[in-house]
Design a protein around this ligand. Structure first.
Ligand code: PLP
Length: 476
């Protein structure tokens, strides 16, 4: 014990770990989705206060997973998991990740592992093709794609590139303290990561304008955006960035990209599209309308780690003009100098992200795209959407409930008519059942339940059970 694991030991324990995952997946529906019985401190109290002095057998680790860890988990892959947005994983994704971990390569520069960079470039081009994204995002044009850890990082990186462009390059040396003051726009429904990006970029939250939305669709009001930009430009401020959302976190509202794109072009602001959840739907031609107007965007992202069967972390981020992004983020210390970079013939993805190091995340995405193929991915999306639409139809037929927002994809937002407290109680009782897990939001100031269908294990019977439970608890 305590020695390095030999390849033979790794083979043995690796099989045991894969068996453990397969058993976990097979037994998921017998577990409560949400660990209602776990109180704060329970898990840490079950762990030793010190790391072991000597090495322990691998079996002991698997046993502790069963005994301590799993009972304290929310089971995001559970067929009754309807909370937040899904965070899918899948067999090919896990195996791709395992191989990535086993290879343990760093892909910060092309020269630190050429295949790590080139597979990523090709896979992101494939994905752009599968979603029918504009030509300008492909690596064969002036743009290109890269994997970020999260949509939050994509927004941050877009913010930095936008500042670089808006400042005509002076931001790199002078920062945002001197000279021009910059403004950023999103809707009141934009994700909290936009506020975070604005703060990290040094603009301060006061630079963020949250634009009102249409009360019915909850999509950004482009006329209100125009007024906000004009007020700012009149005051001598520079609109640097607009973040429009395709599929907002609360309700999957879809901002009107064509009108927003026109304003971005008129005022010279960088347009970033955050399609973290909804973007995956565009693998199906019938849902590509969600991207109408995308052709003028400067950058776009969606999370295969949400709804496209690829385990966290995997955000796909594309830019139309990679030169601006690279100029904004590149730094070249002596120890990274190499002939390939200097030749200008290669991509160094370290210049497309905040950290220097990067792992071979493209492997899991590559495996997923190859295992499922376009038709397999489409089937997954279509199944989820159909299940959500069936549920929405049932809710609509029950007078006790109201649906509070458009539900074009696989999220349904609904509430019991009447006071918020009844809805809060309903959510508590549903989640205490252990069969389902839902979360809530507020729409136009009212407490609302969200049910997002996304797990590949979710079958019609699971959604039917959820609906029966909702009806039964509502009758209480
Ligand atoms: N943007 C939107 C619209 C989201 O719904 C979310 C998460 O749900 C995010 C950004 C943040 O995603 P990530 O966890 O990848 O940063």
């Amino acid at each position: 014990m305590g020695q390095h694991m030999t390849p033979e030991e790794f083979r043995e324990y690796g099989h045991a770990a894969v068996d453990w995952i397969a058993d976990y997946w097979s037994g998921l529906s017998d577990r409560p989705v949400f660990p209602s019985a776990t109180a704060p401190g329970d898990v840490s109290a079950a762990l030793p206060t010190r790391a072991p002095a000597g090495g322990e057998p691998f079996d002991a680790m698997l046993e502790d997973l069963d005994r301590i860890v799993v009972p304290g988990l929310t089971h995001w892959q559970h067929p009754g998991y309807f909370a937040y947005f899904p965070a899918n994983t899948s067999g090919p994704s896990v195996l791709g990740d395992l191989i990535c971990a086993g290879l343990g390569v760093q892909g910060m520069l092309w020269s630190t592992s050429p295949a790590c960079t080139e597979v990523e470039t090709v896979v992101l081009d494939w994905l752009a093709d599968l979603l029918d994204l504009p030509e300008r995002f492909r690596s064969t044009s002036a743009g290109g794609g890269v994997i970020q850890d999260s949509a939050s990082s994509a927004t941050l990186v877009a913010t930095l590139a936008a500042l670089h462009r808006a400042s005509r390059g002076t931001w790199r040396t002078a920062g945002v303290r001197h000279g021009q003051a910059y403004t950023v726009y999103t809707s009141t429904q934009g994700h909290s990561s936009i506020d975070k990006a604005v703060r990290i970029a040094g603009l301060g939250s006061d630079a963020l304008r949250t634009i009102p939305v249409d009360p019915q669709t909850l999509a950004m009001d482009p006329e209100a955006l125009r007024r906000a930009i004009e007020t700012d430009t009149t005051a001598g401020l520079t609109p640097a960035l607009i973040v429009a959302t395709v599929g907002t976190t609360s309700t999957t509202a879809i901002d009107p990209l064509p009108a927003i794109g026109q304003l971005a072009q008129r005022y010279g602001a960088w347009l970033h599209i955050d399609a973290a959840y909804a973007g995956a739907a565009a693998v199906c031609p019938e849902f590509r309308w969600i991207h109408d107007g995308l052709s003028v965007a400067d950058s776009y992202c969606f999370d295969p780690h949400k709804w496209l069967l690829t385990g966290f972390d995997c955000d796909a981020f594309w830019v139309a003009d990679r030169a601006t992004l690279i100029e904004a983020l590149t730094v070249m210390p002596e120890f990274l100098r190499n002939a390939a970079t200097e030749s200008g013939a290669v991509i160094d993805y370290r210049d497309w992200q905040v950290p220097l190091g990067r792992r071979f995340r493209a492997l899991k995405l590559w495996f997923v795209l190859r295992w499922y193929g376009a038709t397999g991915l489409q089937e997954h999306i279509r199944t989820c959407v159909a299940l959500a639409q069936d549920l929405a139809a049932k809710i609509q037929q029950d007078d006790r409930f109201e649906i509070v927002a458009p539900h074009p994809l696989s999220l349904v937002c609904f509430r019991l008519r009447g006071p918020d407290e009844r809805n809060e109680q309903l959510l508590r009782r549903l989640n205490a059942s252990g069969a389902v897990y839902l979360t809530h939001t507020k729409v136009n100031g009212r407490y609302v339940l969200r049910l997002a269908v996304g797990s590949p294990l979710t079958r019609p019977s699971h959604v039917a059970t959820a609906w029966e439970l909702i009806q039964r608890e509502a009758a209480q």
